[in-house]
Ligand binder design. Sequence first.
Ligand code: NAD
Length: 238
Amino acid sequence: MDSNIEKLAEIVRRSKRIVFFGGAGVSTESGIPDFRSVDGLYNQKWDYPPEVILSHSFFIRNTEEFYRFYREKMLCPDAKPNKAHIKLAQLEEEGKLTAVVTQNIDGLHQAAGSRRVYELHGSVLRNYCMKCGKFHDVKKIMDSKGIPLCECGGTIKPDVVLYEEGLDDATLRGSVEAISKADTLIIGGTSLNVYPAAGLVNYFNGDDLVIINLSPTQMDSKAGLLIQGKIGETLSAI
Ligand code: NAD
């Protein structure tokens, strides 16, 4: 076994309260593109950069254009959990992992069986009417054309935190509590560039900080174990 995998296996063996903090890189092995890799959304050609299209003001002013991008790039109905999602769900089942804190909005951790998942940026699977508050599933968005409308005539908005919007208080509190009580924090598949989410890892005060990412992050020098590799392959090897 590769020595980094052995070290990771040993850390997992001795840990009792692992928290996993992840991002878009966790789902690339499920076929969902991330933002900052070479084939990520930032390197594809659109009329506006993704962070502009995915902002609150753009949604309000250009709702139809928002949904054109959103349906094509943010909804991946056929994506299935990969080895990373499955291993993390197993670790929770075994009583080793207390929470997954994710910046992802794809619902794949829950699809793999994870129960305590803090979705910092919401979920594409939930959508609500801005007029009457009724919730709608993702099928309603996929099956509609142009701007999806509620039966009451109101515009439906994804329950996703757009740029310029604040994070949900309860989700933030739960994430901070889990991370600050963790004995091991595994950070994976995130560039740690999106704030305030990325700042949450600073609440970690435990014994072992592990980073598993394809490209370097600003936290690499703080990690006790740094693995530059694919997260699904790495986690499933322990
Ligand atoms: P990011 O695109 O900024 O960074 C992804 C990181 O993951 C990169 O550093 C890349 O090197 C690494 N990576 C890619 N594939 C990997 C793999 N198989 N194994 C290990 N590392 C891998 O993503 P981010 O930090 O999550 O921030 C971007 C924002 O994009 C988040 O707020 C998130 O909400 C949103 N987003 C979500 C999804 C999703 O839900 N699946 C997809 C795209 C973007």
